[in-house]
Design a protein around this ligand. Sequence first.
Ligand code: HEC
Ligand code: HEC
Length: 365
Amino acid sequence: MSSGPVYSKGVDISCNPPQEISYPLPKARLTALAILPVVFALLGLFLLVDAVTAGESKRGNDSVSLPDIEPISAIPLKVDVNWDKVALGEKLFNDPRLSHDGFLACASCHQLDQGGDDGLPLSITNTGEPGVINAPTVFNSAFNFRLTWRGRFRTLDDQVEAVLHNPMEMNTNWTEILPKLQADADYTVLFSRLYLDGIKGKNVLDAISNFQRSLITPNARFDQYLRGRRDALTEDEKQGYQLFRTYGCAACHQGVNVGGNLYQKLGIFMDYFAGRGKVTEADFGRFLETGADSDRYVFRVPSLRNVAVTAPYFHDGSVSDLEEAVQKMGEVQLGETLAKAEISLIVKFLRSLTGEYRGRSLDME
Ligand code: HEC
Ligand code: HEC
């Protein structure tokens, strides 16, 4: 327990610079953000050239020589958060009093023992009806450069505030929430220990954000491999990783979250929606934010961290099988029909991305 009030250090890691940049470095961060597009453009180009030059020999063949640069970096083993605020944020995350009628808590749709999502194709609304979009995991979301499928928010605070006000989700507001929390003796004590001004909306957001920043899943076998334990992966998983790079998956799924740092169109080589049925508003992606035609069907490339435990897949939750998701990606994003054996190797690699939360593998479900 800390003594006396503790203040947030004002470090916002939710609008995430790449992992290599250490916090807090406000000036360096600005520079980093300015050069990010160039870095990603170069990395993307490099990986695509890599994919093209690997040509025919990319079929999981050991003789392919890959460049030394790793497109993926390991999740740090520790985060810098205020653990008292994390404990308070965790309590709030599990508290249905944050919704209008007490039906939903954050944890209803983001179940930490189920990969941080709800396992449903489309998340439910507060009336229990299916909603319009799949719930992404909350694990590692602080590493994403923007939040939600279409990248609506830059910070976790903005995301949470929007969820609370969303009529389909928590459907509430501060005038309703604060008196409920103030009537609770536990909260009164906890908030007053951590915040001079006690139970206030901004402090609720701050506590939940601290909790969310603590939701990292380090120590996946793949990360152990990146840290130098070459035997942490099986030969099949290594071949799967090689295919992931040579085919060019890593041109989009890269960085610490194996995604989450770029926008890309869904359906570059083939119309994704053609075989699926009626296009809904949720399919428009970033277009809904910008109104630009070029942003139609553009989404934030999702993180593939823990992807083996976060089915069903895609923004529409239309695919429940990871093999099928990989096959579809090959078709619509790369114009490639992947062989069954290749898909199986890539999936083995993807399974090695499952990490640990509080020392326990997310795989143990
Ligand atoms: C009714 C189900 C539901 C509830 C309750 C809910 N969420 Fe979500 N959450 C979603 C869905 C669906 C999305 C994706 C929205 C989109 O992309 O437009 C999402 C997205 C998110 C994201 C963005 C993740 C990313 O990487 O893009 C975060 C963070 C998040 N929720 C945190 C919370 C917190 C904190 C609460 C409680 C205050 C909460 N959610 C309550 C369903 C829910
Ligand atoms: C051009 C960019 C791009 C390339 C290349 C790409 N992806 Fe994706 N990937 C995306 C986008 C965008 C989505 C989100 C689609 C959606 O919103 O429905 C996605 C989604 C996924 C998902 C579902 C994740 C989830 O949580 O729902 C998986 C799995 C995946 N990709 C694996 C791969 C694999 C394996 C490859 C290589 C064979 C690949 N991707 C190539 C952009 C790309």
